[in-house]
Ligand binder design. Structure first.
Ligand code: NAP
Length: 352
């Protein structure tokens, strides 16, 4: 069979400076298509992309010279999560990753920062970062599974969850939260989940044992101290990065408990600074007397395959907030910046 051919140029949402999506992104109709992949890389024809808040945060905070040092390029493609078809496979790619195979996954961080992103018709990714999409799973669901699911897995790997382990999940209705909730419930944990009124039914339907409306019960730490001091949590999973939740946690987190954070909604730079203090500041200098871990996504095909299996078997549900057309990607970013998405925001790139 003849090898699939590549067009000379493609459509891609690109940027070359830093700022918010509406300020810096343009739909580039003449962007270069990557050359045939080397080694175990795969050239993907993208079907759908799932937006990740971390990507627009890095767009706004990473100076272009850093991206240039990493990739040598001056134009960068947005985003890092995808579902699509393998167009060409490198010579060392595993045999099951052949042209035509449906795959999904997320880009390794250096590629993401270097701007070799997924919000394009074609991009290249190492085979080790992708997994096959089972026939039962739609493109939208596969795209939505990659980032939030792997981030949630990493959060749970920090913990020893057993039946009945008491867990507080902050931000249960977002892309990471909906995944972390279901994975924690699959391990038998007792999960108290925070969300707003509008998403409470969704969060209950995903298995939360108790739901706390973080708006109606503000300030949240005082409410948690009152309600859960007698039965404190063993773990807090925070997908938002609410610093006050950690500062006051000795009132509702056991002395041997752990808070695991992935969120940076209070600002990326302040979050990095606070994460260092939260992790290392000794209590004699005012540190909070509880353990803290800030973790990140590490794309991994095996983890992605495990998530796909769970979805295929009906043990994990991907919540899709809305699907936008490729041309409407800026509206998809507006939706994400509103910070009240129910699950994942997806962009359809093309029919594949
Ligand atoms: N470290 C990593 O590798 C990594 C990877 C992926 C994501 N992240 C980060 O993790 C965070 C979450 O990502 P995501 O994809 O889950 O975001 P998302 O889907 O955009 O989150 C939106 C959700 O956040 C909830 N929310 C907003 N403010 C809240 C608050 N104060 N308390 C509780 N819930 C609140 C909203 O809930 P309601 O509508 O119910 O109010 C909404 O459902 C982001 O900061 C992202 O950058 C980090």
């Amino acid at each position: 069979m003849a090898e699939p051919t590549l067009p000379e140029s493609q459509r891609a949402w690109t940027f070359s400076t830093w700022g918010l999506p509406r300020e810096i992104l343009t739909l580039n109709s003449n962007y270069v298509v990557p050359p045939p992949p080397a080694k175990a890389d795969l050239l993907i024809r993208v079907s759908h992309v799932s937006l990740n808040p971390g990507c627009y945060v890095t767009m706004a905070t990473i100076p272009p010279f850093v991206r240039r040092i990493i990739s040598g390029n001056t134009t960068y493609v947005a985003e890092g999560e995808f579902a699509g078809v393998i167009q060409l496979a490198g010579p060392a790619a595993p045999p099951h990753f052949k042209p035509g195979a449906r795959v999904f996954g997320c880009l390794p961080v250096p590629k993401l920062i270097g701007g070799a992103g997924t919000l394009a018709e074609y991009f290249v990714i190492p085979a080790e970062s992708v997994a096959l999409v089972p026939p039962s799973i739609s493109w939208e669901v596969a795209a939505g599974l990659a980032g939030g699911g792997q981030t949630a897995i990493n959060m749970l790997l920090e913990a020893d969850l057993r039946p009945g382990t008491r867990v507080l999940l902050n931000g249960a209705s977002g892309g990471v939260g909906t995944m972390a909730l279901q994975l924690a419930k699959a391990k038998g944990a007792f999960v108290v989940a925070t969300c707003s009124t509008a998403t409470a039914e969704l969060v209950k339907s995903l298995g939360a044992d108790e739901v706390v409306d973080y708006r109606a019960n503000a300030p949240l730490p005082a409410f948690l101290a009152k309600k859960y001091a007698a039965q404190p949590f063993e773990y807090i999973f925070d997908t938002i990065g609410t610093q006050e939740l950690f500062t006051h946690c000795p009132q509702y987190l056991r002395p041997d408990g752990l808070l695991v954070n992935v969120g940076n909604f209070e600002g990326p730079i302040i979050t990095v600074w606070r994460a260092a203090l939260n992790t290392y500041l000794p209590r004699i200098f005012g540190g909070v007397p509880r353990r803290y871990a800030m973790i990140s996504t590490t794309p991994n095909g095996e983890k992605a395959a495990g998530l796909a299996k769970m979805v295929h078997e009906g043990r994990l549900r991907v919540v899709v907030d809305e699907v936008f057309d490729f041309e409407d990607a800026l509206e998809a970013y507006d939706r994400m910046l509103a910070r009240n998405a129910k699950g994942k925001i997806i962009v359809k790139v093309q029919d594949v």
